[in-house]
Design a protein around this ligand. Structure first.
Ligand code: NAP
Length: 239
């Protein structure tokens, strides 16, 4: 069988790095996207010959266009794009009554406009795959249903304006793109990686990067055409 090709944005560390590792283990050729060349090259070199570093700052039009060009010069298609790069501005981002517009814009630039930019730039290459897939790494904090759920299993107590609303908009982008691409058989889904101990949350999550990445792989490896879903481990989040 032909080796599948994946690109994971923001994967020099954290969940993205763990996912690149799992994808390579599963036989994928993986392109490790990172905005910092030293960190990206170092991370890729740790993960073996199947992993290639791709310079990619998701907030920068020129960088995204250049990365798609570099990729297209080497490969004629892309099977799986994982829009993983994301930020949470701890200390600045918070209550909707006081968080500054500048903070919200900064978060949206990475968490929302980044995935849109990268998906649009790589779509021509994804369309050339036999089974193209786009997976947007969202969060339960982007679920409107959970944001209004005041029960112990809800997330009504976690009112983070920039981060949560950026992820809600990202899941809407996934839904709309999945509608648009349904007939071309490109699957577009959102996935929540769980609460994972990474730098994003000061290492406070209860899952390890490995556990989270293995959970994402369960979905990646799923047979059949699944599109327009908001996946979490063992099920789905409410929109
Ligand atoms: N951790 C959790 O509990 C959790 C829960 C739900 C969803 N998520 C989502 O999971 C994804 C990965 O987060 P993580 O927890 O693994 O965080 P992390 O360890 O902080 O990793 C974030 C990655 O994104 C990269 N990044 C940030 N801005 C970028 C940009 N402009 N261009 C390219 N890459 C950029 C970072 O690169 P640098 O090293 O250069 O900063 C880093 O590689 C995010 O989308 C996050 O929202 C995380």
């Amino acid at each position: 069988m032909k080796q599948k090709i994946a690109l994971v944005t923001g994967s020099n560390k954290g969940i993205g790095y763990g996912l690149v590792k799992e994808l390579a283990k599963a036989g994928y050729e993986v392109w490790l996207g990172a905005r910092n060349a030293d960190l990206g090259q170092k991370a890729a070199s740790e993960l073996g010959d199947q992993v290639h570093f791709l310079p990619l700052d998701v907030t920068d039009d020129k960088s995204v266009t250049a990365s798609a060009k570099v990729f297209a010069a080497k490969r004629d298609h892309l099977d799986l794009l994982v829009n993983n790069a994301g930020i949470y501005l701890m200390g600045k981002d918070g209550l909707p009554s006081t968080t500054s517009i500048d903070t919200v814009k900064e978060v949206y630039e990475v968490n929302l406009f980044g995935p849109i930019r990268v998906a649009q730039a790589f779509l021509p290459l994804i369309k050339k795959s036999k089974e193209g897939k786009i997976l947007n790494v969202s969060s339960g904090l982007g679920s409107l249903g959970l944001a209004l759920d005041h029960s112990p299993s809800g997330l009504a107590g976690v009112n983070i304006l920039g981060y949560n609303s950026s992820k809600a908009a990202l899941t809407m982008f996934s839904a709309l793109l999945s509608n648009e691409l349904k007939d071309s058989k490109i699957a577009v889904n959102s996935i929540c990686p769980g609460h994972v101990a990474t730098d994003l949350n000061g290492q406070s999550g209860h899952l390890t990067v490995e556990e989270s990445a293995q959970g994402i792989m369960e979905f990646v490896n799923r047979d059949g055409f699944t599109t327009g879903h908001f996946i979490k481990k063992g099920g789905e989040h409410p929109w």
